[in-house]
Design a protein around this ligand. Structure first.
Ligand code: FES
Length: 118
């Protein structure tokens, strides 16, 4: 099983190919934001990679990051845990002023992923 390290939190074993946003919530127990429910629209599921940043990126992720002018972050709803990775959780419910983290993302990447290079 891939290992997920969350800076300042701990290391966690994650089921192969689990969506990163769900691993942050379930395995790491974080109050990770995912306001759009994991559909590559809100960017609140963003994380910073310390190591193991995936080389591939969904077209949906690429498009929304470009539209918002975001660099240096990745969308955890558009990434699966298929290898060891270490991230910084920079977008959490605590301190956000939001009433909840967002509805639970589907088990599969949505919209159905079209992969390209990052
Ligand atoms: S972009 Fe909204 S949860 Fe990922």
């Amino acid at each position: 099983m891939p290992k997920l390290t969350v800076e300042g939190v701990a290391e966690f074993e994650v089921p192969q190919d689990k969506r990163l946003v769900l691993a942050l919530e379930d395995e790491a127990g974080l109050d990770q934001l995912h306001a759009c429910g994991g559909n590559a629209r809100c960017t609140t599921c963003r994380v910073e990679f310390i190591s193991g940043e995936p080389d591939r990126m969904t077209e949906a992720e690429k498009s929304v990051l470009a539209a918002r002018g975001l660099t240096g972050v990745r969308l955890s709803c558009q990434i699966v845990c298929d290898h060891d990775m270490a991230v910084r959780a920079i977008s959490r419910l605590a301190g956000s002023g939001r009433k909840d983290a967002g509805s639970r993302p589907d088990d599969q990447i949505q919209p159905p992923p079209v992969w390209g290079p990052r």
